[in-house]
Design a protein around this ligand. Structure first.
Ligand SMILES: CC(C)(COP(=O)(O)OP(=O)(O)OC[C@H]1O[C@@H](n2cnc3c(N)ncnc32)[C@H](O)[C@@H]1OP(=O)(O)O)[C@@H](O)C(=O)NCCC(=O)NCCS
Length: 392
């Protein structure tokens, strides 16, 4: 008999621009960001001693330089117990979601009772694709120019005939919703304020995401040019921006959570991974979600709240349409507090971050909602999806 895994808590840093002059966290190390979220988790959950954690899973897409085995090094550097094992998970963008899935499965099958599942990425200090060396035989299977992320987003827009207007509309509402959620204080429960610095170098406590554009307008987006393809339709506005951030969830076996008096709202009901053609990697969630629903016996109509990572507007719109979830922004049940187009997308962090946000949305905005879905695509054609149910 499988046990149940619940989300006891989840916190994240604000997302900063991965920019050498403008980024609020340009002089912070990613291990410091990770330590800050661990510290916050233990400060908020005093009934848990770090020694009780069975293991820490950390998703990071690019594990090199300052993020090389950041799972172990950040944990030790933060002063946490040596006896707690760590595991760095690398699966491109779904890394953070994979970290959650690993922990949840371990809890369900009784390998341990308390886990931390985290995600971290610093796209300034470790740029996308840093140190990557494509196998020569890969180029015999796929045109190398079709493998980088931007070109895959252009190809998806072309194949599925997604209009530029619909993508910009999605970006517009992503910023609007994120700004509304921020102004209403909805991110307060998940964001850990930490010190950063302004563009002029003045230190300040960062308590909000840096990428949300309060002045977003359809008119200005319409004038932008694709950096990925001459005459292309994907622009910086309809791409998730380069971002730095970290997050962590405290996951626990349900009965233990009850005994310890921990509150929780969501129970893990399953996860699925699916692969697809890497030159259209963004449509991977279609296959991962279909698998997940088929195996759990839950229908798409039963899903009340959806978090899909907005790596690019083209791919997330196609996924939502093909799955029969939504047609166009403003969405009714998807990314209700905005998505990665506005909040940013620190690659390996986002899969865990959207689960934290899903948990908070379901707890505060949709307390009656039963099922929540979180899904995202990943570079070179991996996608993950997880299903969560309100604890009865
Ligand atoms: C698209 C991309 C190349 C743009 O990079 P960039 O040129 O450094 O662009 P920025 O995001 O800094 O934006 C550049 C400018 O575009 C304009 N801009 C961006 N978004 C805008 C918006 N929504 N509305 C109006 N203007 C916008 C601004 O003038 C901005 O400069 P500013 O904010 O400093 O004033 C980069 O963000 C990228 O590669 N994104 C995809 C990342 C990725 O592949 N992730 C993995 C997904 S699987």
């Amino acid at each position: 008999m499988l046990r149940e895994c619940v989300i006891v808590d989840g916190v994240r840093t604000p997302n900063g621009r991965a920019h050498a002059q403008k980024g609020w966290f340009r002089n912070k190390r990613p291990d410091e960001l990770l330590t800050a979220v661990y510290d916050a988790l233990f400060a908020r959950n005093k009934q848990i001693d770090p020694e009780q954690v069975e293991a820490v899973y950390v998703g990071t897409a690019n594990q090199t330089g300052v993020t090389n085995d950041i799972a172990r090094l950040a944990w030790l550097a933060g002063g946490f117990p040596e006896s707690v094992a760590t595991n760095a998970i690398g699966q491109q963008c779904p890394s953070g979601m994979a970290a959650v899935e690993h922990a949840a499965r371990a809890i369900m099958c009784g390998e341990g009772d308390i886990y931390i599942a985290a995600g971290v990425e610093d796209m300034l200090k470790v740029p996308m694709g840093e140190g990557m060396d494509f196998p020569p035989r890969l180029a015999m299977r796929y045109p190398p120019e079709e493998l980088p992320m931007g070109p895959t987003a252009e190809k998806v827009a072309e194949l599925w005939k997604v209009s530029r207007e619909d993508m910009e509309r999605m970006a517009y509402y992503s910023h609007k919703r994120a700004a509304e959620a921020r102004d209403a204080g909805k991110f307060k429960n998940e964001i850990v304020p930490i010190e950063g610095e302004k563009e002029d170098g003045t230190p300040f406590i960062v308590d909000r995401d840096q990428w949300i554009r309060d002045d977003v307008s359809l008119e200005s987006m319409a004038t932008m040019v694709s950096p990925f393809k001459p005459g292309g339709v994907i622009t910086a506005a309809t791409s998730s921006p380069l971002t730095t951030g970290a997050c962590a969830l405290l996951l626990m076996e349900r009965k233990l959570a009850d005994r310890l008096g921990c509150e929780y709202h969501l129970v893990y009901r399953g996860g699925a991974m699916a692969g697809c053609d890497p030159t259209i990697m963004g449509v991977g969630p279609i296959y991962a979600v279909r698998k997940l629903l088929q195996r759990t016996g839950v229908s798409i109509d039963e899903i009340d709240v959806v978090e899909i990572n907005e790596a690019f507007a083209s791919q997330s719109l196609v996924c939502l349409r093909e799955l029969g979830i939504e047609e166009n922004a403003p969405f009714k049940k998807t990314n209700l507090w905005g998505g990665a187009l506005a909040l940013g997308h620190p690659l390996g962090e986002s899969g865990a971050r959207i689960i934290i946000t899903l948990n908070n949305i379901m707890k505060t905005d949709c307390p009656e909602a039963r099922y929540g879905l979180a899904t995202l695509c990943g570079g070179f054609g991996n996608a993950n999806a997880t299903l969560w149910e309100k604890a009865s």
